[in-house]
Design a protein around this ligand. Structure first.
Ligand code: SF4
Length: 326
């Protein structure tokens, strides 16, 4: 077993025992990177009837882009307003254009070119992040992004929602994609030298601790550039939120979540960046769990638990175990 016993954690210059985005972005870009959320008004095949209607049962009407300032309409003004907002907090931050809402590669390539080209050309934009579904990404789009990345010397990060690898959960929450779609999407990014990110959701009803650890092990085994780990948020006007209001079901407590995230971090390759260990928790329409609103408290509790365990990301990471699971 590959136990990392060195201390401090090799991919950190703070007290963090996991590979944070803040640490990685300073290494890659030489400074703090602020992700500037954008809504390019795409839709999603899980909403428009191509794969399903209604979407993933936890998805809000904004298509998982709730933190975006919608009052600024054009993409360039959204970028300006949201960059200014970010720089109030981090005055020297460089901006990463983050296409967050819905599935941002769900359109013909010519439309994608019109959306993304101005951001490649804009010298104020340090890098571009594109959130999408694993089944909305293909060879043609990946190849074009690779050409643009090289031409403008601007990193492209492609973010995919995996959430879970368990077929019963995919069905229960109407995800309409599988872990095989994720395997193919990450392989396409690797082939075309694009950075890739996978999202996982903890606390899906019906998933126990061992299933959530398997989700993390599988995600790690695909070797994405980064992972995002979130707690399930129940939001107003979502299928899952409405079901919970009608008949409340049990959700993970803060302590359970902390414990599970630490278990997951221990099996994740330490080279993989952990962009998030909790969601934003900012949404006005959050129904539960309310503890997710205090993001700093969640992150601090994870740090504390890793110290208590004398542990860190990748402590029990074992590449040979992972290939056996594939
Ligand atoms: S794939 Fe994304 S945008 Fe589409 S329904 Fe699911 S969470 Fe919402």
């Amino acid at each position: 077993m590959n136990q990392i016993l060195s201390n401090p954690f090799p991919y950190s210059n703070t007290n963090k025992r996991y590979h944070t985005f803040s640490y990685a972005s300073k290494k890659i870009y030489g400074s703090k990177i602020a992700k500037i959320p954008l809504n390019a008004s795409f839709t999603c095949p899980n909403r428009d009837g191509t794969k399903s209607v209604g979407g993933c049962t936890f998805c809000s009407a904004q298509g998982s882009g709730d933190s975006i300032l919608l009052s600024a309409s054009s993409l360039s003004s959204q970028y300006e307003v949201n960059l200014e907002r970010a720089r109030r907090k981090w005055p020297n931050a460089k901006g990463m254009a983050y296409f967050q809402s819905f599935s941002n590669t769900y359109a013909p390539l010519e439309i994608l070119k019109a959306v993304y080209l101005p951001f490649f050309e804009d010298e104020q934009v340090e890098a571009i992040a594109i959130a999408t579904r694993t089944d909305c990404f293909d060879e043609e789009k990946a190849a074009w992004l690779e050409v643009m990345q090289e031409k403008y010397n601007k990193d492209v990060w492609v973010e995919f929602g995996l959430q879970t690898i368990h077929p019963e959960s995919e069905k229960a929450f109407n995800l309409c994609h599988t872990k095989e779609d994720a395997r193919m999407a990450i392989a396409l990014c690797q082939k075309h030298h694009l950075r890739s990110v996978l999202h996982l959701i903890n606390g899906l009803p019906g998933e126990d601790r061992s299933m959530m650890i398997e989700n993390a092990q599988f995600a790690s085994s695909l070797h994405p550039t980064a992972l995002k780990i979130h707690m399930l948020h129940l939001l107003e006007n979502t299928v899952l939120g409405n079901a919970w209001k009608k008949e409340p079901f049990e959700l993970l407590s803060l302590d359970e979540y902390i414990d599970i995230v630490c278990d997951q971090l221990e099996v994740i390759d330490p080279k993989i960046i952990i962009e998030r260990v909790t969601g934003d928790g900012m949404a006005d329409d959050l129904l539960a769990p309310m503890w997710t609103k205090n993001k700093t408290a969640v992150a601090n509790a994870i740090d504390k638990e890793l110290v208590r365990r004398q542990s860190m990301q990748g402590r029990f990471f074992d590449e040979s175990d992972l290939s056996a699971k594939e």
